[in-house]
Design a protein. Structure first.
Length: 202
């Protein structure tokens, strides 16, 4: 894990779980993610550098009549990669999508307990060109594993221009809410973990 700050994340999260990015925006995002994700700073993956990396595992167990009798045990995984790009092109987004497919081959253990894996790439930019908006909104990168018997994986894209309070994401990117730092997360609304679990129907 990256260097830890001596302070605390939002809502009193322990410093040991919360890296210091020396970046006001990413520190705010991290404070929203830390309760659901294990976070790291400065993660390098297949030659690509990311300022923020997060991962989360959701386990779902179903029982028959008694808790000791399990009839299903499913796992879902979320991997999050965020970096500052200044500006980003459609071609650069396509590189990230291909990276997601490569990681799926390396990181997923496809078996009957695997329900889903999601790879979400976030590009933090100065402005969002219309071609980029169109590419992100139209993204549909969901792949069934063994016709769905071993679950599926999905690749998501988020592009955000914090200074302009603008963001675009494909439909599957539930985590994009955490990057809308200019909007408050209402306490009565479902939490991020619940939103993801609900979308995955766990």
């Amino acid at each position: 894990m990256g260097d830890a700050d001596s302070g605390h994340a939002d809502d009193g999260a322990p410093a040991a779980q919360f890296p210091n990015w020396d970046d006001e925006y990413l520190d705010q995002v991290g404070g929203r993610l830390v309760h659901n994700y294990d976070l790291e700073r400065d993660r390098r993956v297949r030659g690509e550098q990311f300022l923020l990396y997060g991962e989360m595992v959701i386990e779902s167990k179903k029982h028959f009549l008694h808790p000791s009798i399990e009839i299903a045990n499913h796992h879902s995984y979320e991997y999050l990669f965020a970096r500052r790009d200044g500006q980003v092109s459609v071609q650069e987004l396509e590189v990230l999508v291909e990276l997601g497919h490569d990681l799926a081959e390396e990181w997923i253990d496809p078996d009957e307990e695997h329900y889903s894996t999601e790879f979400t790439f976030v590009s933090i930019v100065d402005r969002i060109p219309e071609q980029v908006r169109s590419k992100v909104r139209g993204l549909d990168e969901r792949t069934l594993l063994k016709y769905g018997y071993n679950g599926h994986y999905e690749i998501n894209l988020v592009v955000v221009a914090p200074a302009r309070k603008q963001i675009v994401a494909n439909d599957g990117a539930a985590v994009e809410t955490a990057f809308r730092t200019w909007e408050k997360i209402e306490r009565e609304e479902p939490g991020l973990l619940r939103l993801i679990a609900s979308r995955l129907k766990l």
